[in-house]
Design a protein around this ligand. Structure first.
Ligand code: ATP
Length: 442
């Protein structure tokens, strides 16, 4: 990164955080009480954006395929799950404390340590391992027998339900189980807005395959997942795949790669794709004493399937789409902020704007607004000049704006303005719904 880029980088992130707050995408959690560190609330616009990200993932991973089913398991699971999975003994990060300012840091994050050294000359303690799982108690008695954990990942839900899905869904290998939901990690150094938080949402899928077929499916899922981000508009220059070195791999893993995005704070993981062998199912079979093997009708063999796992974060993906879409350009001599979000992801799909507040235009616009609302998120706006109303929509990434003007009252056509091209064309009101749906899903 050049010096000039480094200087620019925090600015861009700051501008995005400011826009997010100003336009109701993301607020600080419990803001009126001073906020809660690393927790964020999605506002009326942001909640739509993240829902659209999650829906785009679900559409691609579950609805549009014949070989993956969904699941939604509870956040609190039997504590044994986390012993079997290795989280109780091994889900730790190395931690150091500053003896002077008492701050805590990840010992394996040299950039964070260097930043601290710039402001404080305190001596650091030796590093020790810190378990990232949140613990709580189930029931009224707070004793060790009642300890449960808030899940640090959604993946274990798929492994422990593997038998249930197999028994009830009549599935043949290869097939996958997908889940989206909250996970919790007591991160030592959260930060960078939505990037690393202590409560976040994951989108994970376990794809079960016949042992021996894992290499081809690993390659397949790496490509699929990488392309998903591109299809939803991420600029190719900002996305890369990083294959893990063999010393980064867990002992059971056959391969692991991260989809990384070039955030203003540097290249960082968006999603991991891992070839995990039969480790997870075998661990649960051993700890639960239940058979989690699969009978292959074709080869008449019984075996424990291997698994390929694409594990993404809904908040990280939302942040990447937001950062990638953020743009400032000039329209009619004025700087405008525009979110160039893919229409599928855009929180509001269409704005309905009467040009004048007279001559029946507001009534006509309300009528069109009411027709569109059941089909897509729409906003009605009649306040201020038409230019200012376009700018307001550009800032939240609304791909289409309809203007109802005097000609509408005569021939029933409205102008459709395209956010990116800022061009306008007239479409008859009876064709509007079909035309907009075509452009959003197309
Ligand atoms: P990192 O190295 O950044 O801590 P990880 O490799 O531990 O991430 P995984 O356990 O593979 O992450 O989790 C899968 C995905 O879940 C990540 O790629 C990321 O998108 C998301 N995720 C993990 N931890 C967090 C977090 N603290 N905040 C937001 N998203 C997260």
């Amino acid at each position: 990164m050049s010096k000039a880029d480094k200087k620019k980088a925090p600015d861009r992130m700051e501008r995005i955080v400011n826009l997010a707050k100003r336009r109701g995408l993301v607020f600080q959690s419990s803001e009126i009480y001073g906020g809660l560190n690393s927790c964020w609330d999605y506002g009326p616009i942001g909640v739509e954006l993240r829902r659209n990200v999650k829906e785009a993932w679900w559409r691609e991973m579950v609805w549009s395929r014949g070989d993956i089913v969904g699941l939604d398991c509870s956040i609190l699971m039997h504590p044994r799950v986390w012993e079997a999975s290795g989280h109780v003994s091994g889900f730790t990060d190395p931690l150091v404390d500053c003896k002077k300012c008492k701050s805590r840091f990840r010992a394996d994050h040299p950039d964070v340590l260097a930043k601290h050294a710039e402001t404080c000359d305190g001596e650091l303690t030796d590093s020790r391992q810190f378990n990232l799982m949140f613990r709580t108690f189930m029931g009224p008695v707070e004793e060790s027998a009642n300890v449960v954990f808030l899940r640090p990942e959604t993946a274990q839900g798929m492994f422990v339900n593997f038998g249930n899905v197999l028994d009830t869904q009549r599935r043949k290998l290869p097939f996958g189980i997908a889940q989206q939901g909250k996970s919790f990690r007591n991160e030592i150094t959260p930060g960078n807005f939505l990037f690393r938080t202590r409560e976040f949402e994951q989108m994970e899928m376990e794809f079960f395959v016949k042992p021996g077929e894992e290499a081809q499916w690993y390659d397949y899922w790496k490509k699929e997942r990488f392309d998903w981000y591109l299809r939803l508009g991420i600029k190719p220059d900002n996305l890369r795949m990083r294959e893990h070195e063999s010393d980064e791999l867990a002992h059971y893993a056959k391969g692991c790669a991260d989809v990384e995005y070039k955030f203003p704070f540097g290249w960082s993981e968006l999603e991991g794709i891992a070839s995990r062998t039969d480790f997870d199912l075998k661990q649960h079979a051993e700890w639960s004493k239940k058979d989690l093997s699969y009978f292959d009708e074709e080869s008449r063999e019984r075996y424990v399937p291997y698994v390929i796992e694409p594990a993404a974060g809904a908040d990280r993906a939302t942040l990447a789409f937001l950062v990638d879409a953020y743009d400032e350009d000039e329209v009619e001599g004025e700087t405008r902020v525009v979110l160039r979000l893919h229409p599928r992801l855009a929180p509001v799909k269409v704005a309905v704007l009467p040009l004048m507040r007279k001559d029946g235009q507001p009534e006509k616009a309300q009528e069109i607004f009411a027709q569109l609302r059941p089909h897509m998120v729409a906003q009605y706006d009649q306040a201020g000049s038409i230019g200012r109303r376009y700018r307001r929509q550009d800032e939240i990434g609304t791909p289409f704006a309809l203007t109802i003007d005097h000609q509408t009252m005569e021939d029933g056509t409205v102008t459709v303005r395209d956010r990116d091209k800022t061009s306008q064309e007239r479409v008859h009101e009876s064709d509007l719904l079909a035309e907009l749906l075509r452009r959003i899903t197309g």
